[in-house]
Design a protein around this ligand. Sequence first.
Ligand SMILES: *Cc1c(COP(=O)(O)O)cnc(C)c1O
Length: 383
Amino acid sequence: MKFGTKAVHAGQAPDPSTGAIMTPIYQSSTFVQSAPGKHQGYEYARTGNPTRTALEANLAALESGGHGICFSSGLGAMDAVIRLLKAGDHVVCCDDVYGGTYRLFTQVFARFGMEFTFADMADPAAVERAVTPRTRMVWIETPTNPLLKVLDIRRIAALARERGALAVVDNTFATPYLQQPLNLGATIVVHSLTKYLGGHSDVIGGAAVTDDGDLAKRLHAIQNAVGAVPGPMDCFLVLRGTKTLHVRMARHCENAGRVARFLEDHPRVGRVHYPGLPGHPQHALAAEQMTGFGGMVSFELADDSLQRAAAFCTATRVFSLAESLGGVESLVEHPAIMTHASIPKDVRESYGLRDGLIRLSVGIEDADDLVEDLGRALETAHR
Ligand SMILES: *Cc1c(COP(=O)(O)O)cnc(C)c1O
């Protein structure tokens, strides 16, 4: 079955008791048994809920994995994946990683005796140098956030495997429509469902997908033991989102490409970070590893001024100033002050995240209006 058909149908059959074509929101905490221990597959809704089961099967199909395990947020999913490890284990993580992931690793799990090394994975040799005999996991996020570097999943995952470490890919930015890490050698894919998979800025959720039955069993056990599960209404909302993922992503890519080219040609704009631009350092890798370049664009103003960047963020009218990304509506944000504030300034600057950087989540509105809005805001910011 091809992607668009799986997006609409995988994991969902008409409800057997009523024929409802949409998977119902099973808003029930417990399920009646006909005799002690005799039930229809569901006992207690932390352990399992039919709406969640449908979403887990849908996501597994989209990522070409056998097993999906859902959580109450993206960080909930990432927390569960890190819990596969134990004290003394070492993780190599890409440096330009989602701020919340960095915080989870350095502020929570480092206290439990796990060690984390952050490396510039755009250079696979840097991964090799960072790996130690205790490395049990290599954490890849690509394209990276907010600098949109593209990391070579096939190469880094092979290196991880060779050293006996799990290769985990945070596929939130690309989505399975544009990039399928399990087919490139990764062992686990993690997602913030809050972003493109939900797609409408109305739900928080997370997921892990793997083709490894043993790891899936362990992740299901962690899901049940720790309890960061999504509610059935949230699962329903994400299921509604994934049905249009392929249609939305095509438009996100088209609009982001138009925005990136517009910014690149604009005299008030400095560097533009977008994997679809021929001048992007990993453009060729992105073209090979992904089937499109995504909806995220970041850029610096030509004079790299913090004040002007902040002024720009409040001058747009179609782009709303807000954290998050991946919804149908366009958003603008300032990483150094907003999403990445939990990363110390010297650490941020050491890998190129400057105070003047602006990040756009390009939505699916009419591209003419988006470009006009950005042009007007650039002029306003320079008054
Ligand atoms: C948002 C995000 C997360 C965290 O997900 P939540 O749903 O907010 O917990 C993790 N990784 C990336 C790349 C994200 O964009």
